[in-house]
Ligand binder design. Structure first.
Ligand code: ADP
Ligand code: MG
Length: 491
C-alpha cells in the first residue's frame, strides 16, 4: 500500500509531556540562582549537593508561576499540595530522589485551543500540571574515560504539563508547543527557549486503525528540544509504527530517543511495567496551601493572553495572520504595539513600522525591543506625520527615522524641520501638481515654447488654485519655470 493509503488506514495518537524551566531568581528549594551556559558547578548550595542536615524550603515564586500557567490553560487549581520524593539513583541527582508532586498536581483538567488547518480550532485537553525540580547534567564527551557532572541545573524549578492523547499529527504537536511557548513568554514565567532547554517535551506516540476505538501501544520519544525535532521525530515514529504493524509486528511500550545525526528514533529502554520510584511524601516540607486570596491575587496579575490579543488583531484591526504571529511571538514587542495603540489610531501603520524598520533595527543591532531608543509615543508621532500626509513615507523611513535613532531626545518635528523634510514633501507634491498641469494645458506649454514667457504666470495661478494658496510663491515660481523649460527642451 502506498503512503497516502496508509495514512487513510491509520490514525496517529499523540500525547505530550511538556517541561518548562521557570525563570526565577532562585532554585525550587534552595536560595542560589541559575544561569544557562555558565561554568559548571558554580550555582550550588548545600541543599543542592545534599549535604547531611540541609533542609529544603519552598520557593513561593515558583508556586505562583505554576498557578499562572494553570489559569492560562483553563485548569482547576489544587489549593492543597504536597511534595513527594521520587526515588532513583543517578549521578545527576545527589539526593538520590527528586522532589516532585505525585498525587497532588497543582493544576488539573484544563485545555488549550490550537489553530489547525482551514481556520479551525481544536481543543487539546490538559491532564495536569505539576511542579518538580530539575536534575543536573551528565557530560559524556569531554573525557576519554570518565563522565563529568554539572550540577548547576540541579534543583532548578520546572513545571511539567501533560496533555491527554488528543493530538492527531506532527503539525498539531508543533503548534501546541508554539502555543505553550507564547503563553509562558506572555506570563513571563520562562523564556521558552527550546535551544537552551528551557522548553522541551516528550512525545508519546501510538497508531491505530482508523475505525478502532482502543488506542494502540505507545512509545515515548524523550527530550525533544526544537520545533523541527517535534515535527520530524513524531513523523518518523508514526511511519515506523505503521510500517511495523503493516508487516505483522507489534509496537512495544518503550522509551525512545531522537537520533539527530541519522534523523530517526532509537530504542532506549523497554517499559513493560511501571517503574517503581517508591513515592512518599517529603517529610521535610509542610503541605503547601494556596489561600483563596493568594489565588485571586495571581488571577488579577495575569496579562492579556496572546490568544485573546490575536482575536483582536485579526478581527478588529484586520492585521494579516503573519503580522499577528510575529507580533505575538515576542511579549515585549506586543507590549510596545499595545502602547502605541493606546496613544494613536493608525494601528495598521504602526504594525507595519514595527514589523518593517523597527524589526530591521532589532535584527541589525541584535537587540530586543526593550533596548529600542524611541518610546512608543515618539514612534507614533513620526508615523502619524506620514499618515496625515505631512511627511513622505520614504523620507520618514530613510532619513528622519535613522537620525531620530541617533538622537532620540530630539522631537520628530525638530529633526524633520532641520532636514527640510517637510519642504521636500511639499516639493514633491508641487512637482506632481505642476507636471499634471502641464499635461492639462498643452496649448499654454506650446505658447511658452514659441517664446511667450509670461505663460508661467498662468501656471502659477492654476497652481495656487489647486494648492489653495498654500504653495510658497518663490519656490512655486522657480519650479514652474524649470518645469516649463524642461518640457519645451525635450519636445
Ligand atoms: P507516564 O508517566 O508513564 O509517561 P502518563 O499517564 O503520565 O504516563 O502519560 C503520559 C502521556 O502519554 C500523556 O500525555 C498521555 O496523553 C499519553 N498517552 C497515553 N496513552 C497514549 C496512547 N495510547 N498513545 C499516545 N499517547 C498516549
Ligand atoms: Mg512519561
Amino acid at each position: 500500500m502506498n503512503k497516502v493509503d496508509l495514512r487513510q488506514k491509520y490514525q496517529a495518537v499523540i500525547g505530550l509531556e511538556v517541561h518548562i524551566q521557570l525563570a526565577t531568581d532562585s532554585k525550587m528549594f534552595s536560595p542560589e540562582g541559575f544561569q544557562f551556559g555558565e561554568s559548571p558547578n558554580t550555582f550550588l548550595s548545600a541543599v543542592t549537593i545534599a549535604h547531611p542536615g540541609s533542609l529544603p524550603t519552598i520557593n513561593k515564586n515558583i508556586i505562583s508561576c505554576a498557578v499562572k500557567l494553570g489559569l492560562a490553560t483553563n485548569c482547576k487549581i489544587n489549593q492543597e499540595n504536597f511534595f513527594a520524593r521520587k526515588n532513583y539513583f543517578y549521578p545527576d541527582l545527589p539526593k538520590g530522589y527528586q522532589l516532585t508532586q505525585d498525587n497532588t498536581p497543582i493544576c488539573k483538567n484544563g485545555f488549550l485551543d490550537i489553530p489547525i488547518k482551514g481556520d479551525q480550532q481544536k481543543r487539546i485537553r490538559i491532564q495536569r500540571i505539576h511542579i518538580e525540580e530539575d536534575a543536573g547534567k551528565s557530560i559524556h564527551d569531554q573525557h576519554e574515560h570518565f563522565s563529568m557532572i554539572d550540577l548547576n541545573r540541579a534543583g532548578v524549578g520546572l513545571v511539567e504539563l501533560v496533555t491527554h492523547p488528543d493530538i492527531s499529527n506532527p503539525e498539531e504537536a508543533a503548534t501546541f508547543m508554539a502555543e505553550i511557548r507564547r503563553i509562558v513568554r506572555f506570563l513571563e514565567i520562562s523564556d521558552g527557549n527550546m535551544e537552551e532547554g528551557s522548553l522541551r517535551c516528550d512525545a508519546n506516540v501510538s497508531v491505530k486503525l482508523k475505525e478502532e476505538e482502543k488506542l494502540g501501544t505507545r512509545a515515548e520519544i524523550k527530550n525533544i528540544n526544537s520545533f523541527s525535532q517535534v515535527n520530524r521525530s513524531v513523523t518518523f515514529e508514526i511511519n515506523r509504527q505503521v510500517a511495523l504493524v503493516e508487516s505483522g509486528g507489534t509496537v512495544v511500550q518503550e522509551t525512545r530517543t531522537w537520533d539527530t545525526a541519522n534523523q530517526r528514533t532509537l530504542s532506549m529502554r523497554r517499559k513493560e511495567e511501571a517503574d517503581d520510584y517508591r513515592y512518599f511524601p517529603e517529610p521535610d516540607l509542610l503541605p503547601l496551601k494556596i489561600s483563596a486570596e493568594e489565588l485571586a491575587e495571581i488571577q488579577a496579575s495575569l496579562p492579556i493572553l496572546p490568544q485573546k490579543l490575536e482575536k483582536v488583531y485579526v478581527q478588529e484591526l484586520a492585521l494579516a495572520k503573519h503580522e499577528v504571529s510575529t507580533l505575538l511571538e515576542d511579549k515585549a514587542l506586543s507590549d510596545f504595539f499595545e502602547e502605541m495603540r493606546t496613544v494613536g489610531r493608525e494601528v495598521k501603520a504602526y504594525a507595519n513600522w514595527l514589523l518593517g524598520p523597527v524589526k530591521a533595527w532589532m535584527n541589525e543591532t541584535q537587540s530586543s525591543i526593550t533596548a529600542f531608543p524611541l518610546s512608543p509615543t515618539k514612534l507614533v508621532s513620526l508615523i502619524d506625520l506620514v499618515q496625515n500626509g505631512k511627511l513622505s513615507h520614504n523620507l520618514a523611513k530613510k532619513s528622519v527615522f535613522p537620525e531620530l535613532l541617533e538622537s532620540p531626545a530630539s522631537s520628530v518635528e525638530e529633526i524633520a524641520t532641520a532636514q527640510g523634510a517637510f519642504e521636500k514633501k511639499e516639493g514633491t507634491e508641487l512637482a506632481e501638481t505642476i507636471s499634471y498641469l502641464l499635461e492639462e494645458f498643452p496649448n499654454e506649454v506650446e505658447k511658452f515654447k514659441r517664446g511667450k514667457k509670461g505663460v508661467s504666470g498662468f501656471f502659477i495661478g492654476q497652481l495656487m488654485k489647486k494648492t489653495k494658496g498654500k504653495a510658497n510663491p518663490k519656490v512655486a515660481n522657480k519650479m514652474v519655470m524649470d518645469a516649463l523649460k524642461a518640457a519645451t527642451k525635450t519636445s
